[in-house]
Structure formats: C-alpha cells, structure tokens
Design a protein around this ligand. Structure first.
Ligand SMILES: [Zn+2]
Length: 251
C-alpha cells in the first residue's frame, strides 16, 4: 500500500465521523452542522480532543467523558468501516475521478444503510438526492453507455416493485427507490449481480439469525443494508466477478 492509500484511508476515518453525525441527526430532522457534537445523554459539548475518529472511542472506553453514558458501538464501527471502504476504493481506482465519485456513493450508502438498520426506513431525504446525483453523473462518467445505466435503474425498480406487489411486506418502497440509485451507479449487467448478491447475503444472514433465535419466522429484517453492501461489492469488484463468472460458465 502506498502512502496515498493510507492517507485516503485516514480521510475515510474522518468522513466516517461525519457520517455518524448524519446517521444520528438526519432521521430526527436536526441540522448536521449545528450545534457542534454533544453527548446525547448529558448534552455536554464534546471536546475536540475527544473527537478523534476510532482513537477517542478506544481511549474513552466507549463512554462519555462527562457522564460515562455508553457511546453506541455503531459510532466506532462506522468510523472504522468508512476508513476501510475509502482504503479499498483508492486501492481499486487510484488517483482518479472515479475514486471521488465512488467515495461519495459509498458514503451515501453507509448513511442510508445504518439509518435503515436503526429506524427501519430508507429516507426520501437521502435517496432522492442520491438518485439526482447519479443521474447527473451517468452521462459524465459513462457517456457511451448512458442507456445501459438508465435501463439498469429501471430494471432494478421493476424487479423490486414486482416483488413488493406480489408479496406485500417483503419489500419496502424505500428499497424500491434505493435500487433505482444502485442501478444508475452500477449499470448492466452489474445490476443483476447486485440483486443476486443482495438476496443471497440477506437470505444467509436471515437464516443465521433464525438459527440463533434472534428473530422468528414472522419477523422481517431490513433489506436496505444488504442492497447497500451488494452495491459496494459490485461498484468495486463487479467487473472482476462478472469476468470470472463468464470464464467459469464457458468452462
Ligand atoms: Zn454525556
């Protein structure tokens, strides 16, 4: 790994810290810039030396310095995850426009996925702007394949919308909007791989949770995070996976 990859990873940790603020505040309709970070329990402003991503959480033992209330583990996890995602994005695309755009897409996916996990909703406030950004970026990044990306958005929408009609409750409208965004950023045939991965990952995790008796047969689990995870995998490694798949299929 080069020094630039490391630096971009560290930038990811800092961005992750900001994504936590978004995950905390956007669902509550609060401003993400004002007021500065406070402990949600004792409301004391958090000192700048306690806002160092990952390290502060470890130094404080996962508790507020003032009131000792637990800081959600998600705060630590999202910081670390974003750092890792940024490192992988740079390793994949290097110094390029693609790195910047994919990093923005991944940051949006992280915020959408964690809000879905905690509140069981894919927020319009996030997914609609995401679709607009993707619509603007498609002709910029993929001018010659413009229609293939547009068609992938429509196809993803059609598949999930159909499932939501055939099996009410299996799929939320939020997931249907999220797949439009994912189709627009991954294109054809990657969207097919994305849907396949999301269903396989979702099925495996649901089966695992059933086995551990964490959920029962009547429960449903949020599908948004699986779409987001599959989206990340396909954005970075879709081409390689599809090439490998074609090689296997042709023997
Ligand atoms: Zn506190």
């Amino acid at each position: 790994m080069t020094i630039l990859t490391w630096m971009y990873g560290v930038l990811g940790l800092v961005i992750g810290s900001f994504l936590n603020v978004c995950i905390d505040r956007i669902p509550l309709d609060q401003s993400i810039s004002n007021p500065p970070s406070r402990c949600p329990h004792c409301e004391k402003r958090i000192a700048s030396y306690d806002l160092i991503p990952v390290i502060s959480y470890l130094v404080l033992g996962g508790r507020c310095r003032n009131c000792k209330e637990k800081i959600p583990f998600r705060v630590f996890f999202v910081e670390l995850l974003t750092g890792l995602v940024f490192t992988l994005v740079w390793s994949r695309f290097g110094q390029s426009w693609q790195t910047l755009v994919v990093s923005i897409y991944c940051s949006l996916l992280i915020v959408i996925a964690f809000i879905d996990l905690e509140h069981r909703k894919v927020l319009n406030l996030l997914v609609f702007p995401a679709i607009w950004i993707a619509l603007i970026m498609v002709p910029v990044l993929h001018f010659e394949n413009f229609w293939s990306y547009l068609a992938a958005g429509v196809a993803g929408f059609a598949v999930l919308f159909l499932i939501s009609v055939i099996r009410p409750g299996a799929m939320g409208m939020g997931d249907v909007k999220l797949i439009v965004f994912l189709g627009l950023i991954t294109g054809f045939p990657d969207i097919i791989l994305l849907l396949f991965l999301a269903f396989v990952l979702g099925g495996l995790i649901a089966g695992f949770l059933l086995l551990l008796k964490k959920i029962n047969r009547k429960d449903s689990i949020a599908f948004g995070p699986f779409l987001a995870l599959a989206g990340f995998i396909v954005l970075l490694y879709g081409d390689q996976i599809l090439a490998w798949w074609t090689r296997m299929a042709s023997g």
